[in-house]
Design a protein around this ligand. Structure first.
Ligand SMILES: [Fe+2]
Ligand SMILES: [Fe+2]
Length: 313
């Protein structure tokens, strides 16, 4: 069958809402768009463990330490699950697992802006769990119905764990909000630090050419702006109910349009941070990731060799 006919059949399957499996025929364009998207998602999960990992040794109680350790471990697990999906997808293009992981060192793949930021206080760890994971839930839940079946399957598990992360963050936030004046101030300062990054997290409001194609393939169905609006509707009332101030004097819900109006973040500054790894913690975290990857090379080698030994020997 010629590729035009195959493409037509593929698009018919997509329009019917069918799911695509790794072994099914798919256009190169679909494969490449998905691969880039899932690789960035997987790498972001791994890099996303870093801002909170810094708080494992400094968590205020043993209970909090156990909670944040589990969360960090979960995020690494999400990265593993996603890179496994990406590995299978990339194999026909000659992309290896090693490359998917090391692309972060060469700058060939990017990770989400929020994970380039510093987390100087315990309240930052809380805000990450509550609002960054909250934002991630909004965007990942919108992908649960993605047309690529292996991605949908791992997202189901990831979303279930993300909701625990959000509750873990909320619990930290509630304790601080009910605490001393100094703790409330620490919380407000952390919110001020994270707000613009959270608005940027969903991406620019304009629909890019690749986003348009991804929607056509039903890899994703919601626009950046729809996701951001959902996040604002869900979290602004919760933030305000704790007596905190959202650090945007222009933020309001416009009844006539049914949309939140907000101050645009510095798209250029955050875009550069993601593109060129120029955030306050970008280089330090990439160096740590490289160190971990290189330092554990002997473990991977030993594991590969041990699986090569015949059973019973
Ligand atoms: Fe995650
Ligand atoms: Fe998470």
């Amino acid at each position: 069958m010629d590729s035009e006919r195959l493409h037509e059949q593929f698009m018919e399957r997509i329009r019917r809402g069918e799911k695509i499996e790794a072994t099914d025929w798919m256009p190169d364009d679909y494969r490449k768009l998905l691969l880039k998207f899932i690789q960035m998602h997987g790498v972001s999960e791994i890099m996303g463990a870093f801002p909170e990992k810094e708080w494992v040794p400094k968590a205020p109680t043993l209970r909090r330490k156990l909670g944040i350790m589990s969360k960090v471990q979960d995020e690494m697990g999400h990265g593993q699950l996603l890179l496994r999906v990406a590995e299978e997808l990339g194999a026909p293009l000659g992309v290896t697992r090693e490359q998917l992981i090391t692309d972060i060192f060469t700058g060939r793949t990017k990770f989400h802006n929020v994970f380039h930021m510093a987390s100087p206080t315990w309240a930052d760890a809380g805000v990450i769990g509550w609002l960054v994971d909250g934002a991630a839930i909004v965007s990942q839940a919108a992908l649960l119905d993605t047309s690529y079946a292996p991605y949908a399957r791992v997202l189901k598990r990831i979303c279930a764990e993300e909701s625990f992360h959000m509750q873990h963050g909320e619990s930290i936030i509630l304790s601080l909000a009910e605490g001393t004046q100094a703790q409330r101030q620490m919380l407000q300062d952390a919110l001020n630090r994270w707000w613009d990054s959270l608005i940027f997290f969903f991406g620019p409001p304009e629909i890019s050419e690749s986003a348009r194609r991804m929607m056509e393939y039903r890899i994703r169905e919601k626009t950046n702006e729809e996701l951001r609006q959902k996040f604002l509707s869900r979290y602004v009332p919760r933030i305000r109910s704790l007596g905190l101030t959202v650090p945007d004097p222009n933020l309001h819900f416009d009844e006539s349009t049914g949309k939140w109006v907000y101050t645009q973040p510095d798209w250029e500054k955050f875009g550069r941070m993601v593109r060129d790894n120029t955030g306050p913690k970008s280089q330090e975290r990439i160096a740590l990731r490289r160190q971990a990857h290189e330092g554990q090379a002997w473990v991977r080698e030993a594991m590969t060799r041990s699986t090569a030994v015949p059973v019973g020997v």
